[in-house]
Design a protein around this ligand. Structure first.
Ligand SMILES: CC(C)(COP(=O)(O)OP(=O)(O)OC[C@H]1O[C@@H](n2cnc3c(N)ncnc32)[C@H](O)[C@@H]1OP(=O)(O)O)[C@@H](O)C(=O)NCCC(=O)NCCS
Length: 177
């Protein structure tokens, strides 16, 4: 069970198609700013089409991981996804950590888990699209060696991209108990 820098522990599991309400509740309970930065839009919950995309993944070309806390009140505290783009070995990644769980290494943990998984399915580059004023994600991306540049979607969106490192190295770096 991975240990965060705060000493709190989470479990990471793959989403299933049964998780629509779990995911929707997590998204609804995010702080408005966190949700806005994740979805680049002032939504309160996921539209059905996006919710379906999140929970119906094949675990290879697309994957969604949930970080959960166990106990009396089990809850989802973070979610990470990737979706492969065509056949070019590129996948788009997106992360979101609940407000009270940010800056404890959880985003880093999910990034590494997703990268390990993506690399084992021949995906070689991960990229994300980030609002230009999203200081947390831009700091996170710099910290993890992403290259930042124009997205092609206008000046308010930055593309962050990075070649996936070797699987073994990523595994060594994982935060573990
Ligand atoms: C971006 C996000 C996923 C980071 O997750 P996290 O669990 O808080 O990040 P970590 O604790 O793993 O941070 C790793 C490093 O990223 C950088 N970082 C994280 N949050 C930061 C912040 N608020 N400001 C500056 N740098 C930050 C730091 O270098 C940090 O290392 P440090 O704590 O040792 O200094 C989280 O802030 C989030 O969910 N934001 C809202 C949703 C969002 O913007 N998603 C991205 C859409 S593309």
């Amino acid at each position: 069970m991975p240990l965060l820098t705060s000493g709190r522990r989470v479990t990471i599991r793959q989403v299933t198609p049964m998780d629509t309400e779990v995911v929707q509740r997590f998204v609804r309970e995010l702080g408005a700013r966190t949700r806005y930065y994740r979805y680049c839009s002032a939504i309160r919950e996921l539209p059905d089409s996006l919710l379906a995309r999140v929970v119906n993944v094949d675990g290879r070309c697309s994957a969604t991981l949930l970080a959960m806390v166990e106990g009396d009140r089990p809850a989802t505290v973070a979610m990470g996804e990737y979706h492969a783009q065509g056949n070019e070995g590129v996948c788009e990644i997106a992360l979101v950590v609940a407000d009270d769980w940010q800056r404890e290494g959880l985003g880093t943990l999910l990034l590494r888990e997703l990268a390990v998984r993506a690399s084992s399915f021949a995906l070689r580059v991960i990229e994300g699209f980030v609002l230009y004023d999203n200081a947390a994600m831009l700091g996170f991306a710099r910290r993890h060696g992403f290259r930042l540049g124009p997205s092609g979607f206008g000046p308010s969106i930055v593309r962050a991209s990075k070649a996936i490192e070797g699987r073994a190295r990523l595994r060594e770096e994982r935060i573990s108990a």
